[in-house]
Design a protein around this ligand. Structure first.
Ligand code: NAD
Length: 500
C-alpha cells in the first residue's frame, strides 16, 4: 500500500513556485547531508523491489526481469553513483590562474540551479523518475517531476521519497498529459530536463526559448549495431536479441538496425531467427519470461504501420509474420531485404523488431550507420579492437559500445545523450551532474592595495610597456619568461606611479 508524499492532491498550479520556496531548504544542507537521503532512497527501493515491479508491470506490460534489470538496477546504479561521487564532482574546482594575474586564485563553484522540471516518457517510468531525481537532489535542485500520462505509477515515487525522508516539495510529482507539462514549463523553472520524442522535444525547446530556459533533450534514436565477420557469432546474436528486444524494443537506445558483414550474414540471420523464436514472451508473475508487451496502443499502431510498409515494399518478415497487427504482445520480428525507402529503415520503430542489413566494407558500414537524422548510441562488434575503435570514433552518436550493446547507458559514470534528432545536453556522470548545477566562476584577489596595470589611466608609456610585456608573454622565444618578468615589473612600477 503506497503512502502519499507530500500531498496526493498536488496540481500543476503553483508547482514551480512551491519548488522555488523549498529550494533553500535543499541548497542549505551539505552535499553529504543531501546524499544521505539518497542512501535512504536506495534502501527503500531495495526493500520494496517486488512492489515496485508490480506497479511498473501494471502500467507497462513489461516482463518482471526487464523491470528488475533495467529500471530498478539501473536506477539504483545512478543513486549509488551520486552517493559516492557527488561531493567530489560538485566540490569547488581550482583552475590555474595565469602568471599575468599573479597573486589571485581562480575557482569554479558548482551551485544549485534552483528548480528543475523533469518531463519523462512512458518506456522506463521508474528509471526515468529515479535517475533525474537522484542527480537533481545531489546537485541541490528541487524537482517538479511530470511522469507520462500513460505510466503514472500513481503514488509509488511519492511513497519511496517519504520513506527516504525527503522534505515536502523537494520533489513534487505532478500527474497529467502534455498540456500539464506545457503549463509547468510556462511557470518558469530554472531548467527543463525532457526525455521523449523528437517532435515533443522541439516543442519544449521552442517554449523554453521564450523564457530563455536551458534545456536538456534526451530524444529518440535509430541505433545501429555493426557486426564484422570475425565476431563470436553466438555472442553477437545474443547481444542483438537483447539490444533489440529488451523492454520489448521500447528503448531509446534499442538496436534498430543490424548491419552484418557479408562473410557471416548467411549464418548470422538464421541464428538470429532461431534466437527470436526462442524468446519467451509473457507478462509474467515470477520473473520467468524474457519480454512482455507494448506499453501504449499508439506505439502498437506505429509498429504495425512500419511492418505493413516494409512488407508492401518487399521486405521479408522472418519471424512473427503471423502477428495480427493489434495484439500488444508483438512477437519478435526479424526482417531482412529492407529497401532504403521503407519507414523501418529510417524512422524510430520502438518495438520488438530486428531489421538486418548486409554490408561489405568498413567504410560502407560507417556511411550507412551515419545516414540517419538520429545519433543516440550504437555498437561495433569485432575481434579486431583497432578496427572496432576506429569505427566507433567515426560514428556520429553520443555513445558507442564495443563488443557489447546498450552498455554506455548502463555505466552511471558516463554522460548520456545524443546528437542531431536524438537531442542535446548530457545527463549522468560528472558532466551530467554538473549540468544540473550552476557553474559559477570566481577570482579571489587577496591583494587590496595594488592598482592593476590594465586599469586606467592609459598613457603612451603604459601602452608601450604593455606591448613589450605582451610580446614577451605570447612569444615562443627561449627568454620569454625573463622578458615577461622584466616588462611586467616595469609596467607594474609605472602603474603605481601613474595614478592620477
Ligand atoms: P512524448 O514526447 O510523446 O512524451 C514525453 C513526455 O512529454 C510525456 O510526459 C508527455 O506528457 C510530455 N509532453 C507532451 N507534449 C508536451 C508539451 N507540449 N509540453 C510539455 N510536455 C509535453 O514521448 P513518449 O511517446 O512518451 O516517449 C517515447 C519517446 O521517448 C521515444 O521517441 C523515445 O526514443 C524517447 N526516449 C528517449 C530517451 C533518451 O534518453 N534519449 C529515453 C527514453 C525514451
Amino acid at each position: 500500500m503506497t503512502k502519499p508524499y507530500p500531498d496526493p492532491q498536488l496540481t500543476a498550479a503553483g508547482a514551480i513556485e512551491r519548488a522555488r520556496a523549498a529550494a533553500p531548504s535543499l541548497a542549505r544542507p551539505t552535499i553529504k547531508e543531501r546524499v544521505a537521503h539518497l542512501a535512504r532512497l536506495r534502501s527503500a527501493i531495495l526493500a520494496r523491489r517486488e512492489e515496485i515491479i508490480d506497479v511498473v508491470q501494471a502500467d507497462t506490460r513489461k516482463s518482471r526481469s526487464d523491470i528488475l534489470v533495467s529500471e530498478i538496477f539501473g536506477g539504483l546504479d545512478v543513486v549509488l553513483w551520486c552517493e559516492k561521487n557527488a561531493a567530489d564532482a560538485l566540490a569547488d574546482e581550482k583552475v590555474p590562474t595565469p602568471l599575468t594575474m599573479m597573486g589571485k586564485k581562480s575557482l569554479i563553484a558548482y551551485e544549485p540551479l534552483g528548480v528543475l522540471l523533469v518531463i519523462s516518457p512512458w518506456n522506463y517510468p521508474f528509471y526515468q523518475a529515479i535517475a533525474p531525481i537522484a542527480l537533481a537532489i545531489a546537485a541541490g535542485d528541487t524537482v517538479v517531476y511530470k511522469p507520462s500520462e500513460h505510466t503514472p505509477l500513481t503514488g509509488l515515487i511519492e511513497s519511496l521519497l517519504e520513506d527516504a525522508s525527503f522534505a515536502p516539495n523537494w520533489v513534487q510529482i505532478i500527474y497529467g498529459d502534455g498540456a500539464v507539462g506545457a503549463d509547468l514549463l510556462a511557470q518558469g523553472p530554472d531548467k527543463v530536463m525532457f526525455t521523449g520524442s523528437t517532435a515533443t522535444g522541439k516543442k519544449i525547446m521552442a517554449a523554453a526559448a521564450e523564457q530563455l530556459i536551458p534545456v536538456e533533450l534526451e530524444l529518440g534514436g535509430k541505433d545501429a549495431m555493426i557486426v564484422f565477420d570475425d565476431v563470436d557469432i553466438d555472442r553477437a546474436v545474443a547481444g542483438a536479441l537483447w539490444g533489440g528486444l529488451t523492454s520489448t524494443g521500447q528503448s531509446c537506445t534499442s538496436v534498430e538496425r543490424i548491419y552484418v558483414q557479408d562473410g557471416i550474414y548467411d549464418v548470422f540471420v538464421p541464428a538470429l531467427v532461431a534466437g527470436a523464436q526462442a524468446i519467451k514472451q509473457v507478462v509474467d508473475a515470477d520473473g520467468d519470461g524474457d519480454i512482455g508487451g507494448m506499453v501504449t496502443e499508439a506505439q502498437v499502431r506505429v509498429v504495425a504501420e512500419h511492418i505493413a510498409d516494409a512488407k508492401a515494399k518487399g521486405a521479408t518478415v522472418r519471424t512473427g509474420a503471423d502477428w495480427d497487427g493489434s495484439n500488444p504482445l508483438i512477437p519478435p520480428m526479424v526482417i531482412t531485404d529492407i529497401p532504403g525507402d521503407a519507414l523501418i529503415a529510417s524512422a524510430e520503430t520502438f518495438g520488438p523488431v530486428l531489421p538486418v542489413y548486409r554490408f561489405t566494407t568498413e567504410a560502407e558500414a560507417i556511411e550507412r550507420a551515419n545516414a540517419s537524422d538520429f545519433g543516440l548510441t550504437g555498437s561495433v562488434w569485432s575481434k579486431d579492437l583497432d578496427r572496432a575503435t576506429r569505427v566507433a570514433r567515426a560514428l556520429r552518436v553520443g555513445g558507442v559500445s564495443i563488443n557489447n550493446v546498450m552498455a554506455t547507458e548502463a555505466t552511471p559514470a558516463l554522460p548520456f545523450g545524443g546528437v542531431g534528432n536524438s537531442g542535446m545536453g548530457r545527463y549522468k556522470g560528472v558532466a551530467g551532474l554538473r549540468a544540473f548545477a550552476h557553474a559559477k566562476s570566481m577570482v579571489i584577489d587577496k591583494d587590496s592595495s595594488v592598482i592593476e596595470a590594465n586599469w586606467f589611466p592609459y598613457t603612451k608609456e603604459k601602452h608601450e610597456l604593455f606591448t613589450q610585456m605582451m610580446l614577451a608573454w605570447f612569444s615562443d622565444r627561449a627568454d620569454r619568461l625573463p622578458r615577461f618578468a622584466l616588462f611586467g615589473t616595469k609596467l607594474e612600477n609605472y602603474s603605481k606611479k601613474a595614478r592620477r
